[in-house]
Structures are given as structure tokens and as C-alpha cells.
Design a protein around this ligand. Structure first.
Ligand code: ST9
Ligand code: ZN
Ligand code: ZN
Length: 333
């Protein structure tokens, strides 16, 4: 079996070592699930998404072409927008809300929810629901971006077709009580469309246009459109490339891998073999701040008293796991 026999048991006992106080364990791989026999349901294309995604990416290409014509300060602003929206996904939707790997007070949760709307990757509730089924039923029909269906499907294809019925069936059984109880998450879901228009498109465009007289065209196509396309693709690479290319030092029986290139673009989210082995680790990696801007950000938030309760797997547990199920690629380190 994929987790190396006692994998599930081990993962759960690690959880207890960590205090087991995350309030949910539905991001732990479930070995008991079996895909249904018989032919797979036919793909049902969602043409609206196909058209909009294509236009968005054409807009992104146009943005690339505009770079030389933009003021340097506009490019710097675009980069800042990239960081903010990426943190809304990595520190927010991912490490806080999907995995409960640390605790955040109200001010930080409000900040992360706003940053998350800037990233426009579905609301936090939907993102975390899809992400928990991704971990629990990785590389099966119940995984929304099942990487065994190929690079394109796990990258963006899954957003262009109807979901496999098992995603919805299994997703409905998840424990999402913690998300439903979070007023910030529910508020963002309620006003999601409005918040996306304001944060993903208007705010990044209006700042350069109003404050340093950038042209409206550059202001729209660089910090809004190109930045959005880049954050999307950096995120999607975790689902595609980091499920296909790289080493598996922690668990050689699963697909997710350590991918340095992805890690760099995704602010520390490419240590994906580690992350699927220990999903509750707030750092998503064994190596702290190394290539991991998100971990540095969470640590800073703790220093400022805005976050607490970081879950970290002990060096001994990591080493034991490497020896038991790793591919040997970290032997020297
Ligand atoms: C985007 C998301 O890009 C990206 C997520 C990436 C995840 C990455 C993870 C990697 C690790 C972290 C690394 C972060 C790195 C970040 C780096 C940053 C630099 N459970 O969905 P519907 C039910 S979004 C339970 O319409 P269809 C539910 O009742 C981009 N139930 O299914 C639901 O109703 P509601 C922008 C579920 O019709 C109902 O079914 N957004 C579940 O098959 C219908 O759901 C888009 O492009 C579940 N899991 O349509 C939009 N799922 O929600 C894309 C569904 O109301 N989405 N249900 O309760 C869509 O248009 C549609 O979802 C669809 C499927 C066409 C794809
Ligand atoms: Zn994954
Ligand atoms: Zn995850």
C-alpha cells in the first residue's frame, strides 16, 4: 500500500505527538478508499471557463510584452502584489485554513482573507475543501487535480471540466466544522465576488494609475492581469510539476516530490513529498526559512504576537520516516 503499510497509523500518531489540537485530521491520506470499477465518466467541458482562462492567459502574454514600457515602480508594485496574493494562498488558504498548522488571531485572519481575494483562486472555504480531499484521496478519482490524469489536467485542466463525482461524494463527508465556525472565512465566502473585483483587479490597477501616473493600460495588464496569471501558474505547478518531478526523501511510495524550482516560485510550497508526508507541519518543509518565504512570514507573525501554536515535526520523527519509507536521496544530509 502507498504509505508503506503503517503509514496512516504513523501519521496519526505523529499528530498526537503534536498535541492533536488542530480540530480536524481530514488532510491525512485515507488508504481505505478504492476507486469504483468500470469505465470512467466522460469528460464534460465547461466552455465558459475554457474561454475565460484562454483570454486571461492572452492578457498575461500582452502584459509580458508591455514590461519594457512600464515604469520601474509599477513593476515593483506588481511584485508586491504577487507576494501579497501568494501569501493569501500559502500562509492563508493552505497552511492556516486547509491544514490548521498554526493559529492566527483575528487581525491576521482578516489580512490573509483580503490577500486571498487578491489571489482569486476560489474562496477560502472551497479552496480548503478541495485541498483536504486532495490530501485525503491523493492521486485517485476523488482528488480534484488527480495527477495520474497527466500534467495538463493537474495543472489547469481540472478547472475546465466538471468534477469527478467521487470528489463531491467524498468531499461532502469531510469535517469542515472549523471552517464553518470561522467568521472571517464565511464572510469572505459571502462577499467573494465583490472582494475579488476590488482586490484582484481594481486595487492593483488603481494604485499605479492614481499615485504615480502610470498609464491605465500598463496598470491593468501588469500588476493585475500578469501578476494574477503568474500566481495562478506558480500555484498550479505544485499540483502538476511537484507531483511528477523531483526526489522523494520522505516517502517513495507516493507521487508528490521535492521540487526546488516550484518551491522558489511558490514561496516555499514545493517541498511536496515532505508536505504530503507531514501535512500538519506549518513550515511545509524540513528546512525552516530555506527557500521558504511563507515560513519566514508566519514566524514574523508569531514574533509580533499575531499568530501562535506552530506545529512542527521533530527531527527524530523525520529521520525515522526517511529511513523507513524514503528513497535515500537525503542520505548525506
Ligand atoms: C484556482 C484554484 O486556481 C487553485 C487551487 C490550487 C490548489 C493547490 C494546492 C497545492 C498546495 C499549496 C501550494 C500553494 C502555492 C501557492 C503559490 C503562490 C505563488 N467537496 O465546483 P463545482 C459540491 S481557481 C464537497 O461547481 P462542478 C458542492 O456542493 C481559479 N463538495 O463542481 C458545490 O457547490 P457549493 C479561478 C463539493 O460543477 C457543488 O458540488 N477559478 C466539492 O463539477 C458544485 O461544485 C476558476 O477558474 C468538494 N471538494 O464544476 C473556477 N466540490 O460549492 C473554477 C464541489 O456551492 N471552478 N462540491 O457548495 C469551476 O468553475 C468549477 O469548480 C468546475 C467544476 C467547473 C471546475
Ligand atoms: Zn499535492
Ligand atoms: Zn496541503
Amino acid at each position: 500500500t502507498r504509505n508503506g503499510g503503517a503509514g496512516m497509523e504513523k501519521a496519526l500518531s505523529n499528530q498526537e505527538d503534536l498535541g492533536g489540537d488542530r480540530g480536524m485530521t481530514d488532510d491525512i491520506f485515507d488508504e481505505s478508499y478504492c476507486e469504483k470499477d468500470g469505465p470512467k465518466p466522460a469528460k464534460r467541458y465547461v466552455w465558459r471557463n475554457i474561454v475565460l482562462m484562454s483570454l486571461l492567459h492572452l492578457g498575461g502574454l500582452y502584459g509580458l510584452w508591455l514590461i519594457p514600457a512600464a515604469k520601474p515602480v509599477t513593476l515593483a508594485w506588481g511584485f508586491l502584489c504577487f507576494l501579497l496574493s501568494a501569501l493569501g494562498v500559502t500562509a492563508g488558504a493552505h497552511r492556516l485554513w486547509s491544514h490548521r498548522s498554526y493559529k492566527a488571531g483575528l487581525p491576521l485572519r482578516i489580512f490573509l482573507a483580503i490577500a486571498n481575494s487578491m489571489a482569486f483562486q476560489n474562496d477560502i472555504y472551497e479552496w480548503a475543501r478541495d485541498h483536504r480531499v486532495h490530501h485525503k484521496f491523493s492521486e485517485t478519482d476523488a482528488d480534484p487535480h488527480n495527477a495520474t490524469r497527466g500534467f495538463f489536467f493537474s495543472h489547469v485542466g481540472w478547472l475546465l471540466v466538471r468534477k469527478h463525482p467521487d470528489v463531491i461524494e467524498k468531499g461532502q463527508k469531510l469535517d469542515l466544522a472549523d471552517l464553518k465556525a470561522d467568521k472571517v472565512v464565511m464572510f469572505q465566502r459571502r462577499f467573494y465576488k465583490l472582494s475579488v473585483v476590488a482586490m484582484c483587479f481594481l486595487f492593483p490597477t488603481l494604485v499605479p494609475w492614481c499615485f504615480w501616473g502610470e498609464s491605465l493600460r500598463n496598470s491593468f495588464f501588469l500588476p493585475a492581469i500578469l501578476r494574477y496569471v503568474l500566481v495562478l501558474n506558480a500555484t498550479w505547478l505544485v499540483n502538476s510539476a511537484a507531483h511528477m518531478f523531483g526526489n522523494r526523501p520522505y516517502d517513495r511510495n507516493i507521487n508528490p516530490r521535492e521540487n526546488r524550482l516550484v518551491t522558489f516560485g511558490a514561496l516555499g510550497e514545493g517541498f511536496h513529498n515532505y508536505h504530503h508526508t507531514f501535512p500538519y507541519d506549518y513550515s511545509s518543509s524540513e528546512f525552516g526559512w530555506h527557500y521558504n518565504f511563507t515560513t519566514a512570514f508566519i514566524d514574523l507573525m508569531c514574533l509580533l504576537g499575531l499568530a501562535s501554536n506552530r506545529k512542527k515535526v521533530s527531527k527524530e520523527t523525520i529521520l525515522a520516516r526517511k529511513i523507513r519509507t524514503g528513497d535515500g536521496s537525503h542520505k548525506s544530509g
